[in-house]
Design a protein around this ligand. Structure first.
Ligand code: HEC
Ligand code: HEC
Length: 316
């Protein structure tokens, strides 16, 4: 938590400094961060994992520390496996430590596990492969590769002392209530313009500032692809409600979180790697849920149709 606050303050300072430096550059204004509100949404009583810096000075400790680096600088250390502009810790916040943001320690003690997504018993490494394939729109490192062993070692180190086979408090995203009104694009776009676009950009493409903060993409050619968990409106709404806008976490109402998640899911993004002949066929096979807009028409655009959908596994 401390570390995260510090990083948040550093990002805040960089953004404020950037605003002065770039004051007369109308093309790329650095977003100003509002003053931090107290975090209202926390997984109370969640486990507090040890720091990777405290891992032993041996081969295992080296793997743990490399695993932490892979979480925050994924493309630097595993470039051939990453196909977009994201790193693991853009979603698994605080390098996979933050309770309520799908922390790796909570995942580790629940694998191997059956997953309906592929109908198999998945090892932890297999589960991580899926986040490379879908969330990083890339090519998964092979099972047993140095990269997957490192991420698994990091998760195992953090999870020491947790009972296995049970979901500890803080696993996954904090649950969000159902919306009172059906999520709506008009309201969602207003939330986006007012509370998200300063960082993620008016066109959802994210923004990078030289030596400054990096705001990850949400739609277009460089975000997670259509097969990712974040492409599910219910998962995105839960993540956004508890973790966004950065610096004002918990300030959105439940309805605002659903509306903006619905709006973001109505945009184009890279193809589902499981694509089968058409958007309709792929929806029937893999996206048949009210929480996905894949294969539906939004603003005249058939989402997932190859004519308007960047291919999967590319786009960095
Ligand atoms: C775009 C956001 C995003 C990125 C980037 C991302 N993930 Fe995930 N990840 C998710 C979502 C969403 C889930 C599903 C969480 C849930 O169902 O509660 C998930 C689940 C997981 C799980 C299982 C969690 C559990 O409790 O069962 C692991 C392990 C994991 N990711 C590791 C990684 C690693 C390692 C990387 C980088 C190589 C990565 N993820 C990149 C969004 C992301
Ligand atoms: C002050 C800047 C800021 C604001 C405002 C902001 N975000 Fe973010 N957002 C970030 C940063 C930075 C990350 C990556 C977190 C990290 O790496 O620690 C992120 C990550 C995300 C992610 C997961 C990563 C990805 O690209 O898919 C989603 C989804 C997201 N934000 C949605 C939103 C939504 C919706 C809003 C408005 C309600 C919003 N954000 C407002 C800075 C911001």
């Amino acid at each position: 938590m401390k570390r995260q606050l510090l990083v948040g303050m550093m990002i805040g300072a960089a953004a404020v400094a950037g605003a002065f430096v770039l004051a007369d550059r109308v093309d790329s204004p650095a977003p100003l961060r509002p003053p931090s509100l107290p975090v209202q949404l926390q997984a109370a009583g969640a486990f507090s994992p040890p720091s990777a810096a405290d891992a032993p000075n041996d081969a295992f400790g080296d793997a743990v520390r490399f695993g932490e680096q892979l979480m925050t600088d994924t493309a630097t250390h595993a470039q051939q496996y990453v196909g977009n502009g994201l790193v693991c810790s853009n979603c698994h916040l605080d390098a996979g430590r933050k309770a309520g943001a799908a922390p790796l320690w909570a995942a580790f003690v629940n694998f191997p596990a059956f997953r309906a997504k592929n109908g198999e018993i998945n090892t932890f490494q297999k589960r991580v492969q899926d986040c490379f394939l879908y969330s990083l729109n890339g090519t998964p490192p092979p099972l047993g590769s140095r990269e997957l062993i490192a991420i698994e070692s990091y998760a195992a180190f953090m999870a020491r002392g947790l009972p296995s086979g049970m979901s500890p408090t803080g696993r996954g995203f904090l649950a969000i209530d159902a919306p009172k009104q059906t999520p709506d694009d008009r309201r969602g776009s207003a939330v986006y313009a007012e509370k998200c676009s300063a960082c993620h950009g008016p066109n959802g493409a994210g923004q990078k500032f030289a030596d400054g903060p990096v705001y990850p993409p949400l739609w277009g050619a460089h975000p997670y692809n259509w097969g990712a968990g974040m492409a599910r409106i219910d998962k995105a709404a839960a993540f956004i409600r508890a973790n966004m806008p950065q610096g004002r976490e918990g300030s959105l109402t439940v309805q605002e979180a659903w509306d903006v998640a619905h709006y973001i899911d109505g945009k184009t993004r890279p193809q589902d790697p499981r694509f089968a002949t058409s958007a309709a066929a792929t929806r029937a096979l893999h996206q048949d849920t009210p929480f996905s807009r894949y294969g539906t028409v939004v603003d005249g655009v058939l989402l997932g149709d190859p004519s308007n959908t960047p291919p999967s596994g590319q786009g960095r």
